[in-house]
Ligand binder design. Structure first.
Ligand SMILES: [Ca+2]
Length: 99
């Protein structure tokens, strides 16, 4: 029996889908691919940073010059955690607009 995906399932699948559509055969993405994803999918996060190179240095925890899914997921979770209040306000404004 098919059921509709929950909101969080959709969110997780979107996160995985963005990564998977960019990953290479080694299951990782390059710095260039990572920066393209950031520009296209998370422009608000990029706007906040002074030095874009630092974003990559921060996400590439094992310093292999590539981003694996674990590093990518940690970045997104960290972004949500650090910007909890802003995201909450943004979502509530969007909900108001939708009414
Ligand atoms: Ca890495």
């Amino acid at each position: 029996m098919e059921r509709e995906l929950s909101c969080l399932e959709v969110g997780l699948m979107a996160m995985l889908g963005v990564f998977m559509s960019n990953e290479n055969e080694d299951g990782k993405i390059t710095k260039e691919q990572f920066m393209r994803i950031m520009e296209g999918e998370l422009p608000a996060l990029l706007q906040r940073v002074q030095n874009r190179d630092n974003v990559f240095k921060r996400v590439d925890e094992n310093e292999d010059g590539r981003v694996d899914f674990e590093e990518f997921a940690k970045l997104l979770a960290g972004f949500a955690k650090e910007n909890y209040d802003d995201i909450k306000m943004y979502l509530s404004e969007e909900q108001q607009k939708a009414k």
